[in-house]
Structure formats: C-alpha cells, structure tokens
Design a protein around this ligand. Sequence first.
Ligand code: DAH
Length: 345
Amino acid sequence: MKERLLELQTEALAKVEEASTLKDLQDIRVAYLGKKGPITEVLRGMGKLSKEERPVIGELANKVREAIASELDNKKEHLEAIELEKKLEAETIDVTLPGRPVQVGGPHLLTSIVEEIEDLFIGMGFEVREGPEVETDYYNFEALNLPKDHPARDMQDSFYITEELLMRTHTSPVQARTMGEYQGSQPVKMICPGKVYRRDTDDATHSHQFTQVEGLYVDKDVRMSDLKGVLNRFAKQLFGEEREIRLRPSFFPFTEPSVEMDISCKVCHGHGCSVCKGTGWIEILGGGMVHPRVLEMAGYDSNEYSGFAFGMGPERIAMLKYGVDDIRHFYTNDVRFLTQYHKAK
Ligand code: DAH
C-alpha cells in the first residue's frame, strides 16, 4: 500500500509538471484527489490492515494528498501568472501608432457669408431680426405698398398656401413687421437674414428657395447719403477696400426713390471685361428710401420719420466673392464643394 501511495504521488506530480492549462490541473485534481480517485480507494482498503499499519498508512496517505494538492496550487498560481502576462501582452496599446484622421465638419458657405454680413452690420449698430417664412399676404405685399392687383403678386411667382397665406417671396415683410411692432414710437435699425421662396425653375442663377438679407434704418433724419455710406462700407469690407460702389435709379414699390447698387468689377476695376460683360460694374443689391406710404401703414409719421431699406441675396454675394458659377451648388451639398470653404471667412 505504501508503494502504491508513493507511486500515485510520483505519477500525479509528473502530470502536474506536464500540465499546461488550468483545465489540465482541474482534471488532475479530480482524478487523484476526488472521491472516486485512487487515493480514496487506498484509504477504503485500510480496513484490511493491521492496527499498527493503519496510522502509518493513514498519515502517508494524507501527506501524499497534501503534496499533490500543494503542487497543484503552485502550478495553478504559475499558470495563472503566465495567462495574465499573455493577456496583458495582447492588450498592449501601441501609443506610437498614428491616429486615424477625424473628418471635421465646418459651416456651410452660405452660413459663413450670412454670419459675415451679420457681423458687419452689427458693427454698424444694426440688430438682427427674424420673421416667419410662412407669411400673410398683408405683410408680404400690402404693407409694402404692393396692392392686390400688383403684377409681382402673380400666382406664377409665389407659392400660395391659401388666398391669404404664402411662402414669403422676400425678407422685406420683416421691415413692416418690425415697424408695425413699434408703431412709430422709436427708431428702427435692423437686418433680417432668412429663407425666401419663389416659383422659379431652378437653373445656374435661379432657385425656388434661396436666402436674402433685408436691411432697414428708420429715424428722424435718415437720408440717401446714409444709405450710400452704409452700403459703401459694406461693399468694401466684404469685397475689399479697393472696390467702388455706384447707385443706379431703379424701382421697387416699397422705396422711393429706389436704387440698385453695383460694385466695380474685381477683374477690370471698372474698365470693362468679360466678367462684367464690358460694363465695369456688377449688380449686388436693391434698396432705396422707405416709401412714405410704407412708413404710414406701420404707424410712423412720414413727416417726422424717414428711412432707408435694402435687400440682398447672400448666394449672389458668395458667388461673386468666391467665383461660384452655379447657385445649385449651395443646395446639392456635394462635400467636395462644401469643404473648399470651411476656412473661407
Ligand atoms: N425685396 C426685394 C426683392 O426681393 C429686395 C429689396 C429691394 C429689398 C429694395 C428692399 C429694398 O428692402 O429697399 O427683390
């Protein structure tokens, strides 16, 4: 029995030595130390032994058990350490690997231009206002001196929702709304950027939806020279100090007199070339002195107050400033187009 026990110990220890996984160790533990294992079997046969032999074999059996168990524990610790090491190695992060470039977005060219225009006018004391895109017939037309039978109200030109509601065709109704709010009680100096809608067929220079920036300054002694001064500063700041402006007589129902403003051509500086079609000038915006009837309708005494107004299209301005040749680029949102202007400001 003694030999059998020692044999079992040698055998088990050899197996422990060979074991390379935690699972192997568990199997050895079950096989040698388990209830159905050979040592238990030896102990069961102790009944046949003499009184003297029994404690000796009992003690030896315990020692063998302990020796195997302790070896199993040591090996287990060892294997666990190796496993941990392997895991740590596999999880090592190579901090020297270059990172993947992150695609950073940026403001849309139109957003940038509108913000640039806003900053410029805020610098001259204008506040920035908003108005609804679904507008009443009254504010879009009537309050701007466009009576019911005016050709600009033609169904061909406007997106009507009902007889009295339409998608605003310009940002000018915000003039009437702002003045109407104050009812002649105080001066107004505001700009209003926003979307406008027209029943146009889209092509390189037309879009059924585009943006405008409206401007309005009403006070006790506002003159045409103020309009010219403000527009001159605007043009030079946005397009470059070397650019000149000129005002041409024009017509809008809500201004009298009305003007259109041109800036000198960037390419030929007013001499005439193919970019400006030989004229030396490029049209930028419309404006004029607020029509007395528009002032009166909004509750302003036109003998006391006067004002100027203007309206411009940021798309056209961006096209001229950055040489964009098709208005549809602003709305088709090709990333190759958009990303060119992320730093343009
Ligand atoms: N509302 C005009 C348009 O859509 C632009 C405009 C012209 C606005 C003259 C004005 C103005 O305020 O005075 O074409």
